[in-house]
Design a protein around this ligand. Structure first.
Ligand code: HEC
Ligand code: HEC
Ligand code: HEC
Ligand code: HEC
Ligand code: HEC
Ligand code: HEC
Ligand code: HEC
Ligand code: HEC
Ligand code: HEC
Ligand code: HEC
Ligand code: HEC
Ligand code: HEC
Ligand code: HEC
Ligand code: HEC
Length: 388
């Protein structure tokens, strides 16, 4: 054996190989035993190439006039023509489009590659699919081999692994494994929503309205009133597209006040369903046939919880109550005054304050006293008077 024994040093010092190959041509000292066991990884044959001694093989490399003729696959049998899942370029052009002078010259580059690894694939694979507006970092950086095997794979498209495992090499899996999982993310169909290399949409989405590829658009974003973030397809502002510990994949417990100022829901009095965070008892999250995304029109909405007969039914019903305009006096959320009233002087929104200064036939009255004599909603007596 020469000092640069086979195969370990064969790799490290190809120059030595050239010398040794020349030497072996005479000495014939490579034997199949030398190669036995050296071929487990990277598609190499176990033992010597069929019908070919190692010496012949190495000599053939040196003797072949064109790269394509060089019988690389004789030893690297995993990459032999006809192998299932082989990179088509190997089928077409052998190894030479990516490796140059393998085994015959010292490695100028890693693994005798003909270009730096980040530039290797680009000459053949480029264009819009790779250079669009939003680019996936590993693809932009030419790290193609972090996802693809350059030679052969049992997975489709030369992938080293299939999504989601492929993706979890770099992206933490936790975000996908919370209690409630969105079925397409849970079953690994990442590519239903994302492009692998680049694309025109944020977050590499296949479509700016990707959700509607599966969910009925008219049921979510159709109708007279559509919530602004739904109209903008910003579904991700409320739903985690992958998984969530909350029901319906929601991203937060107090979802609505992430965007709507919480101050708008505080005051001298706060409506019970608002205090308990049940915005959904009155509003739809996506769309509605009624203004302000209400799930029902006023006053029916209020009578869903408050007994209608306490407001309408007696002989005299206050005009704004009869017309269902509860919000002309009450805030549905929180009032500046008690009982959700819009203000202390709410009666003077419609009745001229000057008429109650005591100079007319009416008593001089503090606004908050009006309801001492009048029921604001209804009465069996004239003038909405209380009592008998
Ligand atoms: C006589 C058998 C034989 C032939 C023919 C052969 N190789 Fe190799 N090749 C090997 C062995 C053995 C190794 C070392 C494998 C190992 O240690 O994993 C190797 C390693 C390599 C490596 C990896 C080098 C490294 O640094 O890891 C490349 C690239 C390579 N061969 C390319 C080629 C190409 C291209 C051809 C055709 C021009 C070719 N080989 C022909 C036996 C051969
Ligand atoms: C499309 C480009 C390309 C072609 C064509 C190609 N290789 Fe490679 N090869 C590479 C790259 C890139 C690496 C380095 C992979 C790495 O380390 O991530 C590599 C590495 C290798 C290695 C080292 C072992 C390994 O898997 O890392 C061997 C052996 C090898 N190639 C042999 C061959 C042979 C033999 C052929 C022809 C049958 C061939 N290659 C064709 C790109 C190619
Ligand atoms: C010399 C040209 C050439 C180079 C360099 C090259 N390829 Fe290819 N590649 C092809 C051709 C040709 C095809 C088949 C046609 C096609 O799908 O575009 C192909 C197909 C593919 C496919 C699709 C395989 C399939 O099953 O459909 C992938 C993935 C791929 N190449 C990845 C790579 C990667 C990664 C590199 C760099 C390590 C690379 N290619 C370098 C020419 C090349
Ligand atoms: C993050 C992982 C990842 C990286 C990095 C990556 N790819 Fe891909 N690539 C994929 C996936 C996944 C597919 C299969 C997409 C599908 O299911 O249609 C694919 C498909 C391909 C295809 C086949 C396209 C087709 O339409 O058939 C080619 C060619 C390709 N990639 C080349 C490259 C090249 C070149 C690079 C480097 C610039 C690269 N890829 C980087 C994951 C990746
Ligand atoms: C080799 C590592 C690697 C792999 C594998 C990988 N990614 Fe990435 N991905 C990254 C990096 C790095 C970023 C940029 C992260 C950042 O900006 O915070 C990123 C960002 C993203 C983004 C956000 C893009 C944006 O514009 O904000 C998406 C979506 C994504 N990856 C999806 C995937 C999917 C789907 C897969 C599997 C097919 C995958 N990734 C596999 C490294 C990887
Ligand atoms: C149903 C469509 C859908 C599926 C399936 C899906 N995603 Fe996403 N993904 C999205 C959307 C939408 C966003 C952007 C969320 C946002 O910020 O609005 C996103 C964002 C991402 C991001 C970027 C996160 C960030 O904070 O920037 C990564 C990484 C990602 N997805 C990886 C994956 C992986 C890996 C899979 C497969 C396990 C997957 N996605 C499956 C729709 C999907
Ligand atoms: C590839 C198809 C597909 C896409 C794309 C898709 N979904 Fe889904 N989604 C489903 C399926 C399937 C279910 C389960 C249906 C069921 O349980 O009734 C579901 C259920 C949901 C649920 C209810 C979850 C629960 O716990 O009840 C929400 C919320 C949801 N998706 C939001 C989204 C959002 C937001 C997007 C866009 C980022 C999106 N979906 C895109 C297929 C999809
Ligand atoms: C403002 C927050 C918000 C936005 C934005 C939003 N959703 Fe929702 N979504 C919700 C809430 C809250 C629920 C739960 C409703 C319930 O429990 O009745 C829900 C429920 C769902 C459901 C499950 C429906 C069911 O009946 O089980 C789907 C599917 C869904 N949303 C899809 C989407 C899609 C697609 C988008 C983007 C077009 C989107 N959502 C935007 C808040 C939102
Ligand atoms: C991602 C931010 C965001 C979240 C979360 C959000 N909203 Fe909105 N909402 C908006 C924007 C933006 C508008 C439009 C504001 C404007 O026109 O002044 C709006 C408007 C509204 C309107 C008035 C609609 C109209 O037609 O005038 C109602 C009612 C509403 N949101 C209720 C809710 C409820 C209930 C929730 C919780 C389920 C919620 N919002 C969560 C952003 C959000
Ligand atoms: C008791 C029913 C009810 C509840 C509960 C409720 N709202 Fe409203 N909301 C309404 C009504 C009624 C309107 C229309 C007010 C108007 O037209 O003057 C409205 C209007 C709105 C508007 C439009 C802006 C405005 O002030 O006119 C937003 C935003 C809003 N609500 C958000 C919320 C949020 C967030 C919650 C939970 C914290 C919530 N609502 C709880 C009944 C309710
Ligand atoms: C989801 C049920 C629900 C709906 C819908 C609802 N309310 Fe209420 N409301 C309550 C509850 C519960 C209380 C507290 C009752 C109690 O303490 O006796 C309350 C109390 C009130 C109070 C008294 C507040 C106080 O500080 O004492 C007023 C005023 C009121 N609601 C007006 C309305 C108006 C106006 C509407 C329609 C816009 C409406 N409510 C719709 C459940 C509802
Ligand atoms: C003209 C102004 C006005 C209108 C319109 C109005 N309310 Fe009132 N409401 C009041 C005043 C003032 C009070 C406080 C009465 C008191 O303190 O005795 C009140 C009290 C209430 C209370 C609390 C009763 C209690 O015993 O604590 C409820 C509930 C209520 N209103 C619901 C409604 C509903 C529902 C509507 C629409 C059908 C409506 N209001 C329309 C002025 C109005
Ligand atoms: C949104 C406007 C509006 C508000 C606020 C309002 N009212 Fe009225 N009120 C009316 C209208 C309209 C009439 C009918 C006037 C008419 O028929 O000449 C009326 C009539 C009355 C009547 C006379 C009923 C009758 O049969 O003669 C009384 C008493 C009354 N309001 C008391 C009040 C009190 C007390 C308040 C404050 C709690 C108040 N109003 C707040 C609009 C309002
Ligand atoms: C001390 C009891 C009392 C108080 C306090 C009181 N009212 Fe009256 N109000 C009456 C009586 C009694 C009538 C019937 C007068 C009549 O028959 O001419 C009346 C009649 C009315 C009328 C219908 C007649 C008209 O003048 O148009 C309105 C409107 C009215 N009051 C509003 C108010 C308002 C607003 C307040 C608070 C600023 C108020 N009242 C405070 C006892 C009162």
């Amino acid at each position: 054996m020469l000092a640069c024994g086979f195969p370990r040093v064969f790799l490290l010092a190809a120059a030595c190989l050239v010398l040794s190959a020349a030497a072996h041509a005479g000495a014939g000292s490579f034997s199949s035993e030398d190669l036995a066991g050296a071929f487990d990884d990277s598609g190499l044959a176990q033992g010597k190439a069929p019908g070919q001694s190692v010496k012949d093989g190495l000599n053939a490399i040196l003797a072949a006039s064109t790269f394509k003729d060089r019988p690389c696959a004789g030893c690297h049998q995993g990459f032999a023509p006809g192998t299932k899942g082989l990179h088509p370029i190997i089928e077409m052009d052998g190894c030479g489009s990516c490796h140059e002078a393998a085994h015959t010259r010292p490695q100028k580059r890693y693994k005798w590659l003909s270009a730096d690894i980040q530039d290797l694939c680009v000459p053949c694979h480029s264009g819009a699919a790779f250079d669009d507006k939003v680019r996936h970092a590993p693809s932009r950086m030419g790290m193609c081999t972090s996802c693809h095997d350059p030679h052969v794979s049992s997975k489709k498209k030369l992938l080293k692994n299939e999504p989601p495992l492929l993706c979890f090499d770099c992206h933490r899996a936790e975000g996908f494994l919370r209690k409630n999982r969105h079925s397409p993310a849970a079953d690994g169909s990442c590519m239903d929503c994302h492009l692998p290399h680049s694309g025109p949409n944020r977050k590499l989405l296949t479509d700016p309205k990707v959700c509607f590829n599966c969910h009925d658009e008219s049921g979510i974003a159709g109708g007279k009133v559509v919530h602004a973030p739904v109209r903008a397809s910003a579904c991700g502002s409320c739903h985690d597209p992958h998984s969530s510990d909350r029901g319906k994949l929601l991203v937060a417990d107090k979802l609505c006040v992430r965007c709507h100022k919480p101050e708008a829901f505080t005051g001298a009095s706060v409506h019970y369903p608002v205090r308990s965070g049940s915005c959904d008892s009155c509003h739809q999250p996506h769309r509605s046939e009624f203004s302000k995304l209400l799930s029902q029109e006023l006053p029916g909405l209020c009578f869903g919880c408050h007994d209608e007969s306490e407001f309408r039914g007696k002989k005299v019903v206050h005009y704004p109550v009869a017309s269902g305009d509860c919000t002309s006096c009450h805030s549905p959320h929180a009032g500046k005054a008690g009982k959700l009233l819009l203000s202390e002087k709410v009666c003077f929104e419609c009745h001229d304050e000057a008429g109650f200064d005591g100079t007319g036939k009416h008593v001089k009255a503090e606004p908050r006293w009006c309801v001492g004599c009048h029921d604001p909603h209804q009465s069996d007596r004239g003038h909405l008077l209380r009592g008998k």
